[in-house]
Design a protein around this ligand. Structure first.
Ligand code: AMP
Ligand code: MG
Length: 420
């Protein structure tokens, strides 16, 4: 047992039952880990005094320091402070200063009504606790040190908790010797174009447990991210651990890597279009505008993105994009000839240097053995050339559409990479 480890307890029926997502726990853990505080366990309990008390007591037995959020308000389900007082055998006492501040605040906000008696409980704190001021709400937090044990209780409302945590709790924890674990720095490298296991196969020596720095792999909507996590005494040392690993990952994954941190495929594509001074347009069937929507997310897109056509039915593919009816009759809509004709037609009609296109079957109905749900083609036209690729996704309608938009952007990205 080390007294410099911390456990976190989030309190509230709505969290326990999953109706509210526990963002406080994520925020506190991430911030503490980054600051080098060792957080070893997270617990959630409902609004019941006994459960709160036993969760805090058990956590203190293990680690000696506990942070809680929630249950500090004025309502009958706000039981955190009395539960903590009980653990330490302390009485609750009314803090006159808090009370007069609460009354003052009430008078300015509601001059025509009297201060409700239930609100007085917010001014009650366990004996021996220090008060953490709440500048964004009414319920103060507490910082309570009894012997080797530390309990910090903060409000549940995220905006109130964030401010109290940033300005009072975190600095005090670091000053009390909790930051001994140094810093934690994360580098995220984003890839597209291969499956998770295929990517990991090339990095098995790095992703094994115990590698320093830690390398983790996650997938989100077909984008694969490698997270390099370095613990070190300071940021510069952490960077020195990360840099060679990042280099190795980039060498081994090559053009699969398109960006870092929060960068997405459209960011990479628009950056390259700007470098090469090329414009693009979109002709979308299965994605119904998602490729264009992604382009539009990037600030300054209008310099390089000319616009797009959502060509959902054959008539629009023919009339607005000039796709020959014979191609549709001969190959079916979900085919290389049709997606390529869409890109060529789009490029000339929207007068862009490049055009990307999509066709496919997003389902859930309409599949057949040779054209199953999830089969898509993406196309690209440029001056004097055209290309396409197909892929078979497994997923819901929304997943197939979203991933196909990424596939189209990635097809364009790989073309731009090969261009002189
Ligand atoms: P409380 O401190 O229990 O009065 O919390 C007030 C409100 O803040 C709750 O009704 C939730 O909507 C929100 N809240 C409480 N705890 C959390 C948490 N851990 N994460 C996100 N929201 C929370
Ligand atoms: Mg609550």
């Amino acid at each position: 047992m080390s007294s410099l480890q911390v456990e976190l307890i989030t309190i509230g029926d709505e969290l326990l039952l999953g109706f509210t997502i526990d963002t406080n726990a994520a925020h506190i853990s991430r911030t503490l880990a980054t600051a080098g505080v060792e957080i070893v366990r997270r617990t959630t309990v409902g609004d019941e005094a006994d459960r709160i008390a036993s969760a805090v007591r058990e956590a203190l037995d293990r680690t000696g320091a506990v942070i809680t959020t929630g249950g500090l308000g004025p309502t009958s389900d706000d039981l955190t402070k009395p539960a903590i007082a009980k653990i330490f055998g302390r009485k609750m006492k009314l803090d006159e200063e808090i009370l007069s501040a609460l009354e003052q605040r009430w008078r300015t906000r509601f001059p025509n009504s009297t201060f409700p008696a239930t609100n007085r409980t917010q001014a009650e704190i366990p004996e021996g606790a220090r008060i953490l001021a709440n500048r964004h709400g009414t319920a103060p937090g507490i910082w309570m040190r009894i012997g080797a044990s530390l309990v910090v209780a903060m409000p549940g409302v995220p905006s109130e908790m964030f401010a109290m945590f940033e300005t009072q709790v975190k600095p005090r924890l670091l000053a009390s010797g909790f930051g001994g674990a140094g810093v934690l720095v994360q580098r995220k490298i984003n890839c597209f174009g291969a499956g998770e296991s295929a990517v990991e196969e090339r990095l098995l020596d790095l992703t094994r447990r115990g590698h320093v720095p830690e390398v983790g792999i996650t997938v989100s909507d077909a984008t694969i991210s490698l997270r390099i996590l370095a613990r070190a005494a300071n940021a510069a040392e952490a960077q020195a651990l990360i840099a060679p690993v990042e280099r190795t990952i980039r060498e081994r994954l090559g053009t699969l890597v398109f960006g870092v941190e929060e960068e997405e495929l459209q960011d990479a594509v628009l950056r390259m279009l700007a470098e090469k001074r090329l414009t693009v347009a979109t002709a979308e069937s299965v994605t119904a505008g998602l490729v264009a929507e992604r382009m539009g997310r990037v600030a300054g897109a209008s310099a390089w993105f000319r616009g797009g056509v959502v060509a959902y039915v054959n008539e629009v593919k023919r009339e607005l994009l000039g796709v020959p009816q014979e191609f549709i009759d001969e190959h079916g809509v979900i085919s290389a000839p049709v997606v390529e004709a869409m890109a060529i037609g789009c490029r000339t009609r929207l007068r862009s240097d490049l055009a990307v296109s999509t066709v496919g079957l997003a389902g859930p109905g309409g599949g057949s053995p040779d054209k199953p749900v999830g089969l898509v083609h993406v196309g690209l036209a440029w001056e004097g050339g055209v290309s396409s690729q197909n892929f078979s996704w497994i997923g819901t309608r929304a997943e197939i559409q979203s991933r196909t938009a990424k596939l189209a952007l990635n097809h364009l990205r790989l073309h731009l990479l090969k261009m002189p």
